[in-house]
Design a binder for this molecule. Structure first.
Ligand SMILES: Cc1cc2nc3c(=O)[nH]c(=O)nc-3n(C[C@H](O)[C@H](O)[C@H](O)COP(=O)(O)O)c2cc1C
Length: 90
C-alpha cells in the first residue's frame, strides 16, 4: 500500500501532527510520502491508496490548500481511502 500524508498549516502545528502520522505509517511499512498541501498538484493524488489530510483551523476555516485536496479526492474517479483531521489545540 502507498500513502500520502498532506497538511495545511498557518502556524506549523498541523505540520508537526502530520510528521508524527507519517512516522507511524512508515514504521507500519506503508510506502508513505509527506507534503505540505501547497506542494501538491491536482493530479498527484490519484496514485495513492490512502490519503491522510490535516488542517489547522482559523476563524472556522481550513487552509484553502487542504480544502482543495479534499475536493480533489472527492472528484477523483479512483476509489481512495481518506482520513481527514482538523486540529484545534487549546
Ligand atoms: C487567530 C486564530 C484563530 C483561530 N480560530 C479557531 C477557530 O475558529 N476554531 C478552532 O477550533 N480553533 C481556532 N484556532 C486555534 C487553531 O486551530 C490552533 O492554533 C491550531 O494549532 C492552528 O493550526 P496550525 O498551527 O497548523 O496553523 C485559532 C487560532 C488563531 C491563532
Amino acid at each position: 500500500m502507498n500513502g500520502l500524508v498532506v497538511y495545511g498549516t498557518r502556524y506549523s502545528t498541523a505540520e508537526e501532527i502530520a510528521e508524527e502520522i507519517f512516522r507511524i505509517l512508515k514504521d507500519g511499512n506503508v510506502d508513505v510520502k509527506l507534503f505540505n498541501a501547497n506542494e501538491i498538484r491536482d493530479n498527484d493524488i490519484s496514485t495513492y491508496d490512502l490519503i491522510v489530510v490535516g488542517s489547522g483551523i482559523k476563524m472556522g476555516k481550513w487552509t484553502k490548500e487542504s480544502k482543495n485536496i479534499l475536493k480533489n479526492i472527492l472528484s477523483n474517479k479512483k476509489k481512495l481511502r481518506c482520513l481527514y483531521l482538523v486540529e484545534t489545540p487549546t
